[in-house]
Design a binder for this molecule. Structure first.
Ligand SMILES: [Zn+2]
Length: 256
């Protein structure tokens, strides 16, 4: 449920934080080597970010729609040769984490691209990298957007969000593969990858909204931890998930 959200937060932090000439994230002059998912007792490095500890509140939001409230912890830790240096380091790391994430209110949560196996942070990857496959679906998505707009407006529609159109276009292609409609320029390998994603019940593109850092503790007092200092952020976000009502008889009769 959360793996890709964790990966997305880690990806955004890595992308935004300052790096040295070798491309490593640095806090002051210390290289941040620990990027972990899941909490642990023993930290493998003395400067790290750990994403863990979620609780999920799931409720019915509307007919055919559930809303999940994600609550995710981002832990930071720093250790140096002096207590004061550890404190400065953890405070600077906390500042960088906060400034990297504070502007996000909405995030795309992507799965691996079934066409090139890369992991992108925005659906625009599909229209930028695989436009020969996606272009007819982009046209369909744009025209659907204009039609919907025209139902309630007499003025022409504004330009839709590029990543929104890319997401709509990709999902149209994804459904075409599900329905065995042929898709021009889509390789057999990519088609089989999409079929496998569908068997695995994957949601290739998700959107979380209401994203915010709702609590921050830039440093603990560090007592009993020698030179280690730790901080903690809580990030909350919401997600809508479509559901279909399935009754007691909605299994095939050969299911045993
Ligand atoms: Zn790709």
């Amino acid at each position: 449920m959360l793996e890709k959200i964790y990966e997305t937060i880690r990806g955004i932090l890595f992308y935004k934080m300052p790096k040295n000439a070798e491309g490593h994230v640095v806090v002051y002059d210390h290289v941040l080597e620990g990027w972990h998912l899941g909490d642990r007792d023993v930290l493998p490095s003395n400067l790290s970010i750990i994403i863990y500890g979620s609780s999920e509140n799931i409720g019915d939001a509307a007919f055919g729609m559930q809303e999940i409230e994600h609550r995710i912890t981002i832990g930071i830790s720093a250790g140096s040769n002096q207590t004061e240096n550890s404190e400065k380091l953890v405070q600077e790391l906390a500042r960088l984490v906060y400034y990297s994430l504070k502007d996000y209110r909405v995030m795309w949560i992507m799965d691996l691209c079934p066409i090139c196996q890369k992991w992108a942070l925005t659906p625009e990857h599909f229209t930028n990298q695989h436009n020969t496959i996606l272009s007819p679906f982009v046209t369909a998505a744009q025209s659907a957007f204009s039609t919907l707009w025209a139902e309630t407006h007499s003025s022409p529609s504004p330009a839709p969000l590029a990543s929104g159109i890319a997401a709509d276009a990709f999902l149209r292609m994804y459904e075409a593969v599900r329905n065995d409609t042929s898709v021009t320029n889509l390789t057999e390998e990519a088609r089989l990858n999409i079929k496998q994603m569908q068997k695995d019940l994957l949601s290739p593109i998700r959107l979380i909204y209401g994203v915010k850092i709702s609590e921050a503790k830039p440093s603990d007092d560090g007592r009993g931890q020698q030179l280690l200092k730790q901080g903690q952020f809580t990030l909350t976000a919401r997600e809508l998930v479509p559901i279909v009502n399935a009754g007691p008889d909605s299994v095939p009769i050969e299911a045993v």
